[in-house]
Each structure stands twice: as structure tokens, then as C-alpha cells.
Design a protein. Structure first.
Length: 256
């Protein structure tokens, strides 16, 4: 049996390393190599797409068993950025479906679904996705599934772009800001806010009761910024705690 595993982000490569210990798979992480001629040459039994951001040629989809994993309870939230589009809407509990790809976007027959909690950081969600995808890949290879058509009214969302990572202001609930920042952890374009000639890029966030805290980077649009007698160049690491009225209680600058 030949299995092809198509992925490019770090969490999915970790999944590959894990599943490859049980079933030897060919890793493909370059979309330019995903051609019909290449697929014909290796003739895989299954092509798994746990993490893929590019269109797949229809001649591949129509002639091979292409299994995609999507982080939403399909047919809800078809399309791009399913994690972000759910988290920003306050959804806490979702599912990871494995489905057979066809020519329509995220519309193929379901093989199985696993529960997926959207609580925690992006890295914590990635860890849950790895466990889900691993278990489903094993069952699919073993033939332990039953196909069925998607049920319910589909909803479709576009993939988010980097411009949408901007937090225009702080006139939102703490929960909204918390979700906005955490859903855009690395490797996604991080949340940011512009203040004057500076850009604050959020790298981590925590909501503890009524206290919202975050860490990030300040990018300055000047060569140097005077700060307590020191010249601080281009970027600064910082951590901030915001209380209920969004007062900046302290800003701690760390040496880079």
C-alpha cells in the first residue's frame, strides 16, 4: 500500500512523524509537486490532506481517494480559516470531520467525525487536531468507517487575510479581544493594533477572570525611540495587563 501525506505547517508535520511510525507514508509539502503525473507515478491508495492551503487538480480528486480533514462540523463553516471563523463567533465545541474530496469545496461524503474543543491556545488546539487526525487516519486505513452524505444547511466562509488581523480598537469585550488574539497565534498572521507610529503585535494572551493579559512585540516606525535614557531600536518585547477599564497597569520591556 502507498499512502501520500500532504501537509506544510509544523503541527501537521508532527502528525506525519507520528503516523509514519505506524504506516509508512510519502510526505509532500510542496504544492508544485502535486501534479497528476506525479500521482500516477506513485499510485497511492489514499492521499491524506490534514493541512493544505492550495487547490487540488480535479483529475487527482476524480481518480484517487483524497481524504481531507476540516476543523468544523461540516457542512457548517465550509471554506477557509475554519478555526478563526468559529472562534471569533464564540464557538467552543466543534468537530473534525474526515471526508472524501470531490470537485466542490468541502462538500464530499463524510467518513467519520471527532469532537474538537476550541478552548485554549492555537498550539493546544493543534495538539487536539493531531490526536483526532491520527485516530481517523488509522481507522480509514483499516477500513473502519461508513460513508454518508453531509446533512444540514451549508455555510461558507472565505479565508482570512493578514489585513483582517488588525484590531482596530479596544472597544470590545475582553472575551472578544481574547478570542481575537488567541485565534491568530503563530503560524497565522498575528493580531495587531496600530497606535500612532507604532504597531503592537500580539504573541500570547490570557484571560483570568476580569483580567486580560498579553505579550507581544512593539514595532516602531522610527529608527530609534528614546526610553528612560536608552535608545530602543525597531522592536520591543512587552507584556501588558489590562484591567476592567482597559487601563495599562504596567508595560514591561524585555531586552531582545
Amino acid at each position: 500500500m502507498v499512502y501520500l501525506f500532504c501537509a506544510h505547517r509544523q503541527w501537521a508535520l508532527e502528525l506525519y512523524e507520528k503516523i509514519n511510525k505506524k504506516y509508512k507514508m510519502i510526505l509532500l509539502d510542496n504544492p508544485k509537486k502535486l501534479t497528476y503525473n506525479y500521482i500516477k507515478k506513485i499510485n497511492p491508495t489514499h492521499i491524506f490532506f490534514p493541512d493544505w492551503s492550495w487547490m487540488i487538480p480535479n483529475e487527482i480528486v476524480n481518480n484517487y481517494t483524497c481524504v481531507c480533514f476540516h476543523e468544523s462540523d461540516l457542512p457548517k463553516f465550509r471554506g477557509g480559516s475554519p478555526l478563526q471563523n468559529q472562534i471569533i463567533r464564540g464557538i467552543k465545541n466543534s468537530k473534525t470531520p474526515a471526508f472524501i474530496m470531490n470537485e466542490k469545496l468541502d462538500a464530499g461524503e463524510i467518513l467519520m467525525k471527532k469532537k474538537l474543543s476550541l478552548d485554549g491556545s492555537i498550539d493546544e488546539i493543534f495538539s487536539k487536531m493531531i490526536e483526532n487526525d491520527y485516530e481517523m487516519i488509522v481507522k480509514i486505513i483499516q477500513g473502519k468507517y461508513k460513508k454518508y452524505k453531509q446533512k444540514g444547511k451549508p455555510t461558507l466562509y472565505k479565508r482570512r487575510n493578514s489585513k483582517q488581523s488588525e484590531l482596530k480598537n479596544l472597544n470590545h469585550s475582553k472575551k472578544y479581544i481574547f478570542n481575537f488574539i488567541r485565534m491568530l497565534g503563530d503560524p497565522y498572521p498575528n493580531a495587531f493594533i496600530k497606535i500612532g507610529k507604532k504597531k503592537i503585535i500580539f504573541k500570547a494572551v490570557k484571560l483570568d477572570g476580569n483580567r486580560l493579559s498579553f505579550e507581544g512585540i512593539i514595532e516602531c516606525y522610527m529608527l530609534a525611540v528614546p526610553f528612560f535614557g536608552y535608545s530602543i531600536l525597531s522592536t520591543l518585547l512587552f507584556s501588558v495587563i489590562i484591567e476592567s477599564v482597559y487601563k495599562f497597569y504596567y508595560i514591561k520591556f524585555l531586552k531582545i
